[in-house]
Design a protein around this ligand. Structure first.
Ligand code: TYM
Length: 328
């Protein structure tokens, strides 16, 4: 059976972009494939400690976000979840990958360039981030990686790293392929030229899975749209098209079908409808997450995930150590 691997950073609360672009797909895929999913807390520190400030405060936040992210994933129905830093083989393999990959592969990463300019500099960890992501996937010899299309370049790099290793030592790693949901990237509600993101400054730009009904209503009603009065599905009207994509994903109806229903409605009524649909879809996830945050089930589930990941990781690392010439 093919193996699926994917990860999500615990840098904040999971938003509907992450959910529609990745997590919803994870839930469907785990029925058909041998799956593993990770809360990638080691990725989350690539920028947070770069700014000089209160390290302890950020550490506390990270611990809490990791727990909430894991609980939210479980509430969404994801199984086999583990926390990346609890399986140290990820970092071990990343080092080997760093030593077989040319720096030029990393210099062209657009996410690195964007983050570097936003931060006014970058840590070595941020630069090497795609090597850790390649290690996450290849440590389990995963063949399929359900992600949003913003991860395309990182996955290409993972395939290049796998090929380089196989070329040096003989076939060992499969070349992992991305699995996209619909290919629709969910954009910010404040600026539809940028993707909805956990790191954007404005809370109004994203709808989080744990937002209250009032917060969700407020965010949709204040979502930026153009000055044309009619609601029409037109990809050149990027803000309205983004709202159609969100409604389409949550209702399972094609945007063209939804347009027939809403074309002559005004944009406020359209936004109110979306808000109510999203509130009802997210309600069970929010309630289940709150319940999990209170009890011990969360830790039991995470321990099961860690054991499954840990067994595979140590098996593969043993073989890799022998291959690259480390004494076992
Ligand atoms: P992260 O934490 O930024 O996002 C998690 C997943 O959500 C998808 N996503 C989106 N999809 C649609 N619209 C959006 N606006 C949107 N924002 C985020 C992302 O594509 C991703 O699938 N590098 C990864 C984490 C990672 C990983 C891995 C993923 C680390 N190791 C190994 C797969 C395999 C990241 O930062 O995702």
């Amino acid at each position: 059976m093919k193996r699926v691997f994917s990860g999500i950073q615990p840098t904040g609360i999971i938003h509907i972009g992450n959910y529609l672009g990745a997590v919803k797909n994870w839930v469907a895929l785990q029925e058909q494939y041998d799956s593993l999913f990770s809360v990638v807390d080691m990725h989350a520190i690539t920028s947070s400690y770069f700014q000089v400030g209160s390290g302890t405060h950020i550490a506390e936040q990270l611990k809490e976000s990791t727990k909430i992210t894991a609980a939210t994933l479980l509430a969404c129905g994801v199984k086999n979840i583990f926390i990346q830093s609890q399986v140290p083989e990820h970092a071990y393999l990343m080092w080997i990958f760093s030593c077989i990959s040319p720096m030029s592969w990393f210099q062209i990463m657009t996410q690195f360039k964007e983050k570097k300019s936003a931060l006014n500099g970058a840590s070595l960890g941020l630069f090497a981030y795609p090597a850790l992501m390649a290690a996450d996937i290849l440590l389990y010899k995963a063949e399929l990686v359900p992600v949003g299309d913003d991860q395309t370049q990182h996955l290409e790099l993972a395939r290049n790293v796998a090929s380089r290793y196989n070329g040096l030592f003989g076939d060992f790693f499969p070349l992992p392929q991305p699995l996209y949901t619909t290919g629709t990237r969910i954009m910010s509600l404040r600026d539809a030229t940028t993707k909805m993101s956990k790191s954007a400054k404005s809370e109004m730009s994203r709808v989080n899975l744990l937002d209250s009904p009032d917060e969700i209503r407020n965010k949709f009603i204040k979502a930026k749209t153009d000055s044309e009065g009619t609601v029409k599905y037109d990809l050149t009207r990027i803000e309205v098209a983004n709202l159609f994509h969100i409604l389409s994903e949550f209702t399972g109806k094609k945007p063209e079908m939804l347009e027939a229903e809403y074309r002559w409605g005004d944009s406020l009524a359209f936004k109110q409808t979306i808000a109510e649909v999203v509130i009802e879809k997210l309600r069970p996830i929010r309630e289940k997450t709150e319940e999990l945050m209170k009890g011990d089930n969360l830790f039991e589930d995470l321990e099961k995930g860690r054991q499954k990941a840990g067994e595979l990781a140590s098996l593969h690392i043993k073989e890799i150590k022998k291959t690259v010439g480390f004494t076992v």
